[in-house]
Design a protein around this ligand. Structure first.
Ligand code: ADP
Ligand SMILES: Cc1cn([C@H]2C[C@H](O)[C@@H](COP(=O)(O)O)O2)c(=O)[nH]c1=O
Length: 178
């Protein structure tokens, strides 16, 4: 865990009051695919810290407006107020990230443990803020198979005409949906 001195006001989770509190703290990194319960675990910890009399500040990326602009919200609707910041990379440089917890979800295709988040569409950008309409949690086997199908479709699309490209895209989406 890395120590840090919060430079933004912290919120008491019990009463919502804000404090300019400067004390050392800890960084916990919870990782896993979508629907693994990362946000749920985070909120549980925040409540537990509040019950122990500590003040907490929660931050998220301002790019994530899926459920709320200034709250962190789980996929099943539990929410907590937070600070929405545009640049989270500076926090990683300042704080380090040495306390990991890895969670898993269930593969949407076979029900095995899911370690990956699979993008169901052909969109290429690294950042694509979306939910279950675009992503699904999958096991390693379905993640690898899905990527192979998409890579094959991309390779053939370089050689074929636009009409054939759109047909292959439909095939990929059908194959991934199985
Ligand atoms: N389509 C879905 N598949 C699986 N879980 C879902 C789905 N929709 C809502 N949930 C709920 O989302 C919870 C996990 O939400 P959350 O903590 O926000 O996950 P994460 O932050 O890891 O994406 C699950 O415990 C489940 O109750
Ligand atoms: C895999 C992947 C994800 N994202 C985005 C999609 C969502 O907005 C978040 C993940 O949130 P969740 O609470 O775990 O569902 O990350 C992305 O932009 N690019 C990706 O490759």
């Amino acid at each position: 865990m890395a120590s840090f001195k919060p430079s933004i006001p912290v919120v008491n989770p019990m009463d919502g009051a804000k404090y300019h509190h400067r004390a050392s703290g800890e960084v916990h990194v919870i990782i896993g695919p979508m629907f693994a319960g990362k946000t749920t675990a985070l909120l549980r910890r925040i409540r537990s810290e509040g019950n122990n009399g500590r003040n907490v500040a929660m931050i998220k990326s301002s790019k994530d407006k899926r459920y709320a602009v200034d709250s962190v919200v789980t996929h099943d609707g539990i929410k907590f107020p937070c600070w929405a910041l545009s640049d989270l990379t500076s926090f990683r440089q300042k704080l380090g990230d040495d306390a990991y917890e890895k969670l898993t979800a269930r593969c949407e295709l076979c029900g095995k443990r899911a370690f990956f988040t699979f993008r169901k569409t052909m969109a290429k950008q690294t950042e694509l803020i979306a939910g279950a309409d675009v992503y699904m949690p999958v096991c390693r086997q379905h993640y690898v198979n899905g990527q192979l199908v998409i890579e094959a479709a991309n390779a053939s699309s370089v050689l074929e005409c636009r009409k054939v490209q759109s047909e292959s895209r439909l095939e990929v989406e059908a194959a991934v949906a199985i």
